[in-house]
Design a protein around this ligand. Structure first.
Ligand code: NAD
Ligand code: TDX
Length: 393
């Protein structure tokens, strides 16, 4: 585990942020120092001061780490509400001289206006992100994903700063299994779940704000990410930590559903490329040709632990479960020259398994809560099915 978080090293980089932070945040924390290699990254002069929403989440924290480890001239302010999916320790070991943490809600218009007023750019990762939770309790998804993006867009409009909106390939709905069709920037929006429909709504708001108000924004829609610091409710970390805690992995339905996997660092490098060189108003799809069925991945994980191929439970399928996602990333490759570098999925998965083995402190508390939520979801679904049967008879 990296150096632990230390409250005593509180530090605020930009004095202009100090007021906003002390007024609005319940916690303002800086984190320790890390080695960083300077000069490996192209940074536009006008983008030194970046607000990253959702920077204590899986992809947001990896993005902050990726940028800070490559350039020591960028100052980052993370704005994060620390929901169950956010973890301040995901920022452990980073350079407190260049990182502010603001504990706050993206729906808080006053807070985001104040934070963005003194920034050069905002990269927006914050969202409610778990499909299973969105089916049980969609309200918070509408609030954060739609109203939160709206609050940010209004603040961006006022501040006149650069905005990048991080979205998902799930807005395009599902593709048939066993086809070679892939999503492109021209694919129609056909979201299936409360989660993906709120992400699609947010994308539409961003497009409208570019066209109507002329804000300087870009959008990216990425495929499924894997890597360190992903919450244990998500597929890959759930199965790894189930095995590490003596539980059996849980596979939905027949396990044939396909996801297109990309290493989180490749997502970070793509977002950075778009922020630096993307064309305003454009959408870029991000993917690394990593299509795998769920059962294939689960069996790779079981093999890595030396367990039999059938050492898992098949459980009730997710309602409305999308069959297949696949991304055609030609546009970002051709226009921005971006390429994924983690192209060996098996090696990336092995490293991810090793990370969860080596960082039990990071996930162990959340594990019990996540599995408790899964038990409640299963009970709710069982009750609903019984009520449906009762109404039909
Ligand atoms: P995550 O759930 O791990 O992290 C989300 C973060 O947002 C958390 O730190 C949480 O505390 C914060 N947050 C939630 N509500 C907030 C609010 N109201 N105000 C402030 N902060 C709030 O999610 P992730 O997997 O890191 O995804 C990040 C972004 O990338 C999301 O927008 C998601 O839609 C998108 N995305 C994810 C994937 C994936 O495979 N995980 C793929 C494509 C796109
Ligand atoms: O226990 C499980 N068993 C299982 O079979 C879980 C948690 C999931 N699954 C299946 C469902 C999906 O087919 O694995 C696949 C991946 O599931 P999730 O990790 O929940 O991801 P998904 O629903 O594909 O959405 C993810 O990728 C796109 C992220 O959660 C989204 O935020 C992102 O936009």
């Amino acid at each position: 585990m990296e150096e632990r978080f230390d409250d005593s090293r509180y530090h605020c980089v930009d004095p202009e942020f100090q007021d906003a932070i002390t007024r609005y945040s319940a916690e303002v924390r800086a984190v320790g120092r890390a080695d960083h290699r300077a000069g490996q990254l192209k940074v536009e002069r006008s983008m030194r001061n970046i607000v990253v929403t959702g920077g204590a989440g899986f992809i947001g924290s990896n993005f902050v780490r990726w940028v800070m480890e490559r350039d020591d001239s960028v100052l980052i302010t993370v704005l994060d509400a620390l929901t169950h999916a956010g973890n301040i320790h995901s920022l452990d070991g980073l350079d407190g001289e260049r990182l502010n943490f603001v504990h706050g809600d993206i729906c808080d218009g006053n807070l985001v206006r104040e934070l963005l007023a003194s920034a050069d750019a905002c990269v927006h990762f914050a969202a409610q992100t778990h499909n299973d939770l969105s089916i049980a309790s969609p309200d918070e998804f509408v609030r954060t994903n739609v109203e939160g993006t709206f609050a940010l867009l209004e603040a961006v409009r006022e501040a006149g700063i650069r905005f990048h909106h991080v979205s998902t390939d799930e807005v395009f709905g599902e593709l048939p299994l066993d086809s070679s069709e892939r999503f492109t920037e021209e694919s129609p929006y056909r979201p299936s779940s409360p989660y993906s429909s709120t992400k699609a709504s947010a994308d539409m708001l961003v497009r409208a704000w570019v066209r109507t108000y002329g804000i300087r924004a870009t959008i990216s829609n990425c495929s499924n990410n894997y890597g360190p610091y992903q919450h244990v409710e998500k597929f890959i970390p759930r199965q790894i930590t189930n095995i590490l805690t003596g539980r059996r992995p849980q596979l939905y339905g027949d396990g044939r559903n396909v996801r297109d996997w990309i290493h989180v660092d490749d997502h970070s490098s793509a977002v950075w490329a778009i922020l630096q060189e993307g064309e305003i108003g454009e959408t870029y799809l991000i993917g690394a040709e990593g299509e795998r069925s769920n059962i294939e991945i689960l069996q790779m994980i079981l093999a890595e632990f030396g367990l039999p191929r059938d050492a898992f439970d098949i459980v009730a399928d997710r309602p409305g479960h999308d069959k297949r996602y696949a991304v055609d990333a030609s546009k970002i490759m051709q226009t921005l020259g971006w390429r994924p570098t983690h192209t060996d999925f098996e090696a990336g998965l092995r490293e991810t398994i090793a990370w969860y083995r080596d960082n039990i402190d990071w996930w162990k508390e959340e594990k019990e809560e996540a599995e408790q939520r899964y038990r409640s979801l299963a009970n709710d679904r069982r009750r609903n099915r019984e009520q449906d049967c009762w109404h039909r008879t």
